[in-house]
Write a protein that binds this ligand. Structure first.
Ligand SMILES: C=C(O[C@H]1C=CC=C(C(=O)O)[C@@H]1O)C(=O)O
Length: 462
């Protein structure tokens, strides 16, 4: 089957679009063909696309890094594959290979992927599969000061062109029309949010984790906590995302909605997999301290963090894990011998960037299968840590702390770890934060770290 690039501009009018699709359809058999159309759109704020998707009640996917001036945003679904179970990454790869064989690679085609933390569907599912691969109907991307937009659609001799043309034309008009977004730079008042959480529960699980560490069941365990928030009115998604990107310009701001009212969003400082032309980067990020209120105090806190044997141990476990896993994949890891400090708006971390070269046969989904979950979000040894998390955590992790991002047909990828994140539905939000527990951890201090992380998210909700 072929990919049919268009030669004319089919989005001149609804009529030219219909005629273009009809001309293509004339050449098709009953088997579907993937049509990828380049679309001229004015320079867009990706949050306008998020808003258009929200208003139309369709799925969206958004990832933006203000610091590198990169974004990708997708609206609606052209094709979707899902998988579950311990082979879910491999199953998605098979689905992707099949997709690429059926519809040969069009440059610029990107697939959005999300995963839940555990490989089985949640008992109270928010409607995200354990593994999802989505080819968006609309994809708009900005990189190196250039924006490009495409529309993907599956077309066969049987497709009814009238409703398809109507839908595409309507979506195109919305996207290219004057954005009706009024994004405020001010932080919202939090007085209207009603919060419910029980830190007693978290502290008890830290005590249980310390016991498991003492009994040498695990060396490290990452425990998460959730804060449930209710607002008097539905939460304003573009505004919340705008706050996140303003407050965390060095993080990846992201959101994914399933088109059924659930949206997972956040601003993650942790890159799990960044591949550009076979050059790979993954981040070891573990070990935290608050930001100081004065430059002097801030530097002092950073020095204490860098010199703390407990924090360095917590961090080194992640570095060692990532090194081992990359080596298993025949990728030679390279990294500085000691961690640096990564300063975020409200918190600072120990940070070691690890780089390498992906071999020709290496595939982003195989690499993700090896990297998730890292001991920055689970623990070590991984299997034991996972069962202790299930035993001690009170809430489902859902998409929290799992890979979220995109890959293309040339092996490039961007995946972050879905931390500093929340799940929204209507006027309700569940905010997640976790902390690594090692020998020497203190329940009160871990709780303070969790509160610091949750507060940053809470400040962004609008
Ligand atoms: C698991 C989270 O953070 C991880 C990443 C950086 C520092 C961490 C820490 O110091 O505990 C965590 O390992 C979270 O924010 O939910």
């Amino acid at each position: 089957m072929q990919v049919l690039p268009h030669k004319t501009q089919p989005f001149r009018s609804a009529k030219t679009l219909y005629q273009h699709l009809a001309t293509v359809q004339h050449t098709l058999s009953t088997a579907p063909t993937l049509l990828t159309l380049e679309v001229d759109l004015p320079p867009l704020d990706p949050l306008w696309v998020v808003e258009c998707a929200r208003q139309s009640g369709v799925a969206h996917f958004y990832l933006e890094n203000p610091h590198t001036d990169e974004f990708i945003v997708g609206m609606d679904i052209a094709d979707r594959q899902t998988a579950a179970g311990y082979q879910r990454f491999q199953q998605l790869r098979v689905a992707l290979d099949r997709h690429c064989a059926a519809y040969p690679a069009a440059q610029n085609r990107h697939y959005f992927c999300s995963f839940t933390f555990f490989d089985q569907p949640d008992p109270n599912p928010p409607g995200f599969a354990p593994a999802e691969l989505i080819l968006p109907r609309w994809q708009i991307m900005r990189r190196r000061h250039t924006q490009r937009a495409i529309a993907n659609l599956l077309l066969s001799a049987h497709t009814h062109l009238d409703p398809l043309t109507d839908q595409l034309w309507h979506q195109y008009q919305r996207l290219s029309g004057v954005p009706r977004l009024s994004l405020s730079p001010l932080l919202p008042s939090l007085r209207h949010l009603w919060q419910r959480t029980d830190y007693q529960n978290f502290q008890e699980s830290v005590v249980a984790a310390l016991q498991a560490i003492q009994q040498q069941q695990v060396k490290k365990l990452v425990l998460a906590h959730a804060l449930d928030v209710t607002a008097p009115l539905p939460l304003n998604l573009p505004q919340s995302l705008h706050h996140l990107r303003l407050c965390h310009p060095h993080c990846y701001t992201f959101s994914a909605s399933n088109g059924q009212g659930h949206t997972f969003l956040g601003a993650s400082p942790e890159t799990l997999l960044h591949i550009d032309a076979q050059r790979l980067r993954t981040d070891a990020l573990a070990g935290s301290a608050a930001r100081g209120t004065t430059p002097f105090n801030d530097t002092k806190l950073a020095q204490v963090l860098l010199n703390s044997p407990k924090e360095r141990h917590e961090h080194q476990i992640v570095v060692d894990f990532l090194r081992d896993r990359l080596t298993q994949l025949h990728i030679r890891p390279q990294h500085p011998s000691s961690p640096r400090i990564l300063k975020l708006t409200n918190i600072q971390h120990l940070y070691t960037p690890i780089t390498g070269t992906v071999p020709a046969h290496g595939h982003p989904l195989d690499i993700l299968a090896h990297l998730h979950p890292t001991p920055a979000v689970a623990g070590i040894p991984p299997q034991r840590a996972l069962s202790l998390i299930q035993q001690h955590e009170a809430v489902e992790r859902s998409l929290y702390a799992a890979p979220i991002g995109w890959l293309d047909t040339q092996g490039n990828a961007r995946f972050v770890v879905g931390i500093r994140s929340a799940l929204l539905k209507g006027n309700q939000a569940r905010l997640y934060a976790g902390a690594g527990i090692v020998s020497g951890s203190n329940p009160e201090r871990e709780e303070a770290e969790i509160q610091l992380k949750l507060q940053a998210l809470l400040n962004a909700l609008a």
